[in-house]
Structure formats: C-alpha cells, structure tokens
Ligand binder design. Structure first.
Ligand code: FE2
Ligand code: FE2
Length: 226
C-alpha cells in the first residue's frame, strides 16, 4: 500500500487581526486538549472529531442560506463543506472502534457540542473568513497530532491493531490494513481540510491563495491505492 501524498508542516502565516484571532483561539484550544488528554490519542481523537465534524455543516448551512438570499452560485463550496463534515464523522466512527470514551468524556462531548456549535455559528455569521481560518489552524494542529500518534505507534507505545472494517470500507484499504494505515489516510484528510479552509479564508479576505480543487478530485491525490 502506498503512503498518502500529503504536505506536512504547512502553516499559514497570520495576516491581519482576523488571522491572529483565529490562531490565538486555536493555540488556546490546543493547550486545553494537550492538558486534558496528554498522549491518550484514541480518546483525544474521539472527543476532538466530535468537534471537527461541526464547522463543515455550519459553513454549508450558512453558505446555502446566503446563496438562497442572494440568488447566487456557491462555486462548489456547499458540497465541499458537507463532505468535510461527513469525512470528519467517519473519523469519529473509526476511532469509536478503537477506543471507548469514558462517561466523563461523553459529558464533555455533550457540553462542548452545544458551546462550539452555537459559538462557531455566531462566528461564521460575524466573519466567515475568520471561521474558515480557525478551521485551517485547527487542521494544522490535527496533522501534528496524528503525526505524534503515528510516532507513538511506530515506537510501540500505542497499539497497532487491524484496521476497523468501517475504515477499510470507507477508505478502500486492503484486508491486512492496520490502524497505522488508517491514521495515515486520516492525517491526509486533515491536511486536505487545512488547505481547503485556508484557501476559503484567503479567498474571502481577498488574499492570494493557491487554488483548492473540489474535494473528490483532490482526495484522489491524497488517498492511497487500495
Ligand atoms: Fe478528523
Ligand atoms: Fe479535519
């Protein structure tokens, strides 16, 4: 199985107040996640993927409503954002086969979903550009976290069981695929979300950004051959 072709270590240098707010908010949440989960990567992934699956659906909903109001084309944004939300939910469904959240973590998930959904919705209404930049920075951190997870698996500190069936089916992985293979394709997904959302934020801010191709075509580059 070939390794997904993914650019690691990509960072959007903040330009202006909107970007700095987005980066500061992301670093604050990163600190909270590092403090709470430390190296419990399976649990970390479950809780954070319940959060990661929210922005795509919020962005798709509000973009859909804006396009209806203005009677204008969405340029493929709505489908792209909905596919991001579904993709993040598949990350969650995969990790729930690997680790089980504790009762306390389930309570955290309930509380955080209310706060994050409402907060992100309001942020997107106030500044879609900042909201997409926040997601871009979140995804930069997700790539780093999954890189740490891979290092832990390679060092034997985290288990590397066979890939869950749901993951083999979704990413079309071979029958002998392991969790390591799954983390590799998930990291590639996060890198793709990073590039898409930074691209959207830059476009909304009138900044130059490299073109981000629609999801299915781009994903083909990032995913391994089955
Ligand atoms: Fe994810
Ligand atoms: Fe993501």
């Amino acid at each position: 199985m070939s390794t997904p072709d993914v650019a690691l270590g990509v960072h959007h240098a903040p330009q202006g107040l909107s970007d700095r707010i987005a980066l500061g908010f992301t670093k604050l949440l990163r600190f909270c996640a590092d403090t709470f989960f430390a190296k419990r990567y399976g649990h970390r992934a479950i809780v954070l993927e319940t959060v990661a699956a929210v922005p795509g659906m919020v962005g798709a909903t509000l973009t859909h409503l804006r396009c209806l109001r203005r009677m204008e084309d969405d340029n493929g944004w709505i489908r792209t954002l909905m596919e991001e939300a579904e993709n993040e939910r598949m990350h969650l469904m995969t990790f729930i086969e690997v680790a089980r959240p504790t009762l306390f973590e389930r309570c955290i998930i309930l509380g955080v979903q209310w706060v994050f959904y409402v907060g992100f919705f309001l942020l997107y209404l106030a500044s879609a550009r900042t909201a997409h930049r926040v997601v871009g920075y979140f995804e930069e951190e997700a790539v780093i976290s999954y890189t740490h997870y891979l290092a832990d698996i390679d060092a034997g500190r985290s288990a590397n069981p066979p890939a869950p069936a749901i993951a083999r089916h979704y990413w079309k992985l071979p029958a002998d695929a392991t969790l390591r293979d799954v983390v590799l394709v998930i990291r590639a997904d996060e890198a793709h979300h990073r590039d898409v959302n930074h691209g959207f934020a830059s476009e909304l801010g009138g900044q130059p950004s490299r073109a981000v191709s629609p999801y299915p075509e781009h994903a083909a580059v990032l995913r391994p051959e089955a």
